[in-house]
Design a binder for this molecule. Structure first.
Ligand code: FRU
Length: 463
């Protein structure tokens, strides 16, 4: 049993690691992947996560658990779920979600045993600390007959017409990713109701992991994490109560460093989304570090007036601001990149409003000392936000109306940079500076000059 004291001791041991984030949630040592069971319960946010409690590589998956009142300061809670020897989750408690079932906190997760993936249920006490597994697990004995699936895991839950509805991530062999819909009166007895949505292979992938499905105003959104590309797709469209028809499909992040996100609606009516930020370094480095994986900044996801989904950092992050810098009307000529202030500690926010003029490309490069670590760029001709990937790049769409300002928010926290452009596009990258005190953002323009109307930067810290 991993006690809170042991978790705190592990955090203290790792405190000197220059790659540990200062305020993004990271595990108390060892391996973390997907966020799970994200819910706000009586004002407190609960974030569970895929966790290997005894090693820094993926394996023996439990549910870790942390709580927060403000989405930025997290307290460790006891592990929520552990595999039960001989049970339907003997080989792992994989991803799942939490709901309020008439006052009873309830999770549905993927139990894995002997190569089978099946939904299991557990209920929590009033504080969501002690979880009891349902003796009738698994709540679905097998995938729908007649479907040849490459996977059958991860869940979304919602209420509709007095019934529970569930989407399960799947992939139909030789066809493509799918989200399968089930209905239930009580979260325990389920009937298959056909596909909620299905892809056709190609760009939407062979398998959809971690479906997240929710209403946004009068539209609906389906977010899936696709294999084999390991990219997250966001779809905005219409739901008729049985099938979801996407109207817009686009990556939710320009890169591959944001995966398996989960969202919840909170008491301010916001859709808060958190994703897993996997490491981008070899396993040997994870073993040496003793921990792996962290969560993204909490993001607010919305339907954009110009179409499609958009994301912006949750407003709570501004409460972490310390010392600040402010400048206005700075010219940005192609030959003279503009360094942002050097903010010791390696955790900061930079907000830039640019009049891009005729510049073809506007880039933010993160340097450690003199070494460029990564470059996140807005390509105006291609209408994309791009991050480097191997020898090339990966992108997501970012169309700027002619004459429109480009508004960039960069959140840097030692081994991560997240860039948000016009509350629309996001780009996340993991970076490994030798010394986080050296981290500095440099802005550059290609093709023609741009103007920085405003530059604001703050140190961010949780303590
Ligand atoms: C996504 C995922 C899920 C699965 C979990 C296992 O990263 O592969 O599909 O439930 O991680 O840890």
């Amino acid at each position: 049993m991993l006690t809170i004291a042991a978790m705190q001791a592990a955090r203290a041991r790792l405190a000197g690691d220059p790659h540990r984030p200062r305020w993004h949630f990271a595990p108390p040592g060892n391996w973390l992947n997907d966020p799970n069971g994200l819910i706000q319960w009586r004002g407190t946010y609960h974030l569970c996560y895929q966790y290997h409690p005894s090693g820094p590589l993926w394996g023996d998956i439990h549910w870790g658990h942390a709580t927060s009142r403000d989405l930025t300061h997290w307290d460790d809670a006891p592990l929520a779920l552990a595999p039960t020897p001989g049970g339907p989750d003997a080989d792992g408690c994989w991803s799942g979600v939490a709901v309020d079932d008439g006052g009873v906190p309830t999770v549905i997760y993927t139990g894995v045993a002997a190569g089978q993936e099946r939904p299991c249920l557990a209920t929590g006490d009033d504080d969501l600390i002690v979880w009891r597994k349902y003796p009738g697990n698994p709540v679905i004995a097998a995938p729908p007959p007649g479907l040849d699936l490459v996977g059958f895991r991860d869940h979304a839950l919602w209420r509709q017409d007095g019934q529970w509805q569930m989407a399960i991530g799947a992939g139909v062999r030789g066809v493509g990713g799918a989200a399968l819909r089930y209905t239930s009166p009580d979260l325990r007895a389920w009937a298959f109701a056909g596909p909620l949505c299905a892809g056709d292979g190609g760009a939407t992938g062979e398998m959809w992991e971690c479906p997240d499905f929710f209403a946004l105003g009068d539209r609906h959104a389906l977010v899936v994490s696709t294999l084999p590309a390991r990219r997250v797709l966001g779809m905005l469209g219409d739901y008729d109560g049985a099938r979801f028809v996407p109207q817009q499909i686009a990556p939710l992040d320009a890169g591959r460093a944001f995966y398996a996100p989960q969202s919840c609606r909170d008491d301010r009516g916001r859709r808060i989304m958190i994703g897993w930020l996997p490491e981008a370094r070899p396993d040997a480095d994870l073993v040496a570090a003793g921990w792996a994986g962290m969560m993204s900044a909490p993001r607010e996801i919305m339907a954009r007036p110009e179409g499609g989904l958009g994301m912006a950092p949750a407003a709570e992050i501004s409460a972490l601001r310390r010392q600040g810098w402010h400048a206005t009307d700075l010219p940005l000529a192609p030959a003279t990149p503009l360094p942002c202030p050097l903010i010791p500690g390696g955790s900061f926010e930079a907000r830039l409003t640019l009049a891009p003029g005729a510049a073809r490309r506007i880039a933010l490069t993160l340097y450690a000392g003199g070494e460029p670590l990564t470059t996140i760029a807005v390509d105006r001709a291609a209408q994309t936000l791009a991050v480097p990937a191997g020898d090339g790049q990966t992108t997501m769409p970012l169309a700027l109306a002619p004459g429109a300002d480009l508004r960039l928010v960069a959140l840097v926290d030692r081994s991560v940079i997240e860039v948000f452009a016009n509350d629309r596009a996001c780009a996340t990258q993991r970076v490994y500076p030798a010394n986080p005190d050296d981290l500095r953002l440099v802005l550059s323009a290609t093709g023609d000059a741009a103007t920085v109307r405003a530059l604001d930067a703050w140190e961010l810290r949780a303590g």
